[in-house]
Design a protein around this ligand. Structure first.
Ligand code: ADP
Ligand code: MG
Length: 294
């Protein structure tokens, strides 16, 4: 069985899991090649073709997207690859508004969230809708970037100077969880690991901002919440961020491309191994090109 794992090229020069992925793949007879997003082109004319480094290529049996490119994921599906995660699910996970909308529609607990146009970011209006302080986010972003705690109009003004997004989401601040969250890794319909992340003084608990992470065992209820959220988005491989509010657990975001180096350091769980096991099993039960209409 052949597979590609697609990353941003910039990862070449950083701590990465390329070899780790390839080695774990071999254990399940998956022959993996690492590819870089920036080297792909796609063309639609009568049919769909995929080019890599300027030459047309045959797509492999499966592709694991370790970056967000919905159009490329869709083109690979159209050409017959089974794509993990499905592009339709990645689209929902990439955009924080879309995630909150589908979770709310499915009655899955999530902080109250308001989508606002840039011209409507008016402190008094948001205060009335969700209270103060509130969290403001650019809909697309990661690693805690574009996430702000807002107390007044001046905070909004300085945010608007930095962020050029046309839309923002404004969200109820879950104060009880300030600086802490729980990252739950879900693969298929199973929780494979969970860690608690804590910051050093920031309300954002992202490890990349210099926080701490430790292994944690979570309740059955929290496991179910993470699995339910993952399924609602249609993801198969996910990192679910959970906040603990005064009325219970809430999903903060669901990452379709969660990192796994921190979780490995804290728990010894090899997410690459779990991913390859899952892909191998899925490929046995599903035919090439499955998911085209998803
Ligand atoms: P990113 O994609 O950048 O990780 P998140 O939406 O997960 O963005 O927010 C980053 C961190 O900020 C979260 O892990 C959490 O610690 C904190 N945070 C985000 N939203 C809230 C909220 N509504 N209430 C309290 N803390 C929050
Ligand atoms: Mg997050």
């Amino acid at each position: 069985m052949t597979g590609w794992i697609i990353y941003h090229e910039a990862l070449k020069n950083k701590e990465n899991a390329f070899e780790w992925m390839i080695e774990e793949g071999k254990k399940f007879n998956l022959n993996i090649e690492i590819k870089f997003l920036e080297k792909f082109n796609i063309i639609a004319h009568d049919d769909i073709s995929v080019f890599y480094e300027g030459a047309i290529v045959q797509v492999p049996d499966f592709v694991l997207m370790r970056c967000y490119d919905i159009d490329l994921g869709q083109a690979l599906q159209y050409c017959g690859s089974r794509v993990f995660n499905k592009p339709s699910a990645m689209e929902l996970s990439m955009d924080k508004w879309k995630t909150h909308a589908i979770l709310s529609k499915n009655k899955i607990p999530t902080p109250k969230t308001l989508k606002v146009r840039r011209s409507d970011v008016i402190f008094g209006y948001i205060k009335e809708m969700i209270g103060v302080p509130f969290v403001m986010k650019t809909p697309i972003g990661s690693k805690g970037e574009g996430i702000y705690l807002i107390y007044n109009q001046q905070d909004i003004d300085s945010l608007l100077e930095k962020e050029k997004s046309e839309f923002f989401i404004c969200q109820e601040y879950i104060e009880e969880s300030s600086g802490e969250d729980i990252r739950v890794h879900v693969i298929g319909d199973r929780v494979v690991a969970a860690i608690k992340r804590s910051s050093n003084g920031d309300f954002r608990s992202n490890f990349s901002l210099g926080g701490n992470a430790e292994k944690i065992s979570i309740s059955k209820g929290m496991e179910e919440l993470a699995i339910e959220g993952t399924k609602a988005l249609g993801l198969e491989i996910a990192g679910v961020d959970i906040l603990l509010g005064k009325n219970g657990e809430l999903i903060c975001e669901i990452n379709g491309n969660a990192g796994f180096i921190t979780v490995w350091k804290c728990t010894d769980v090899s997410i690459p191994n779990e991913i390859m096991k899952y892909i191998s099993n899925s490929m046995k039960t599903k035919k090439k090109g499955d998911g085209i209409n998803c």
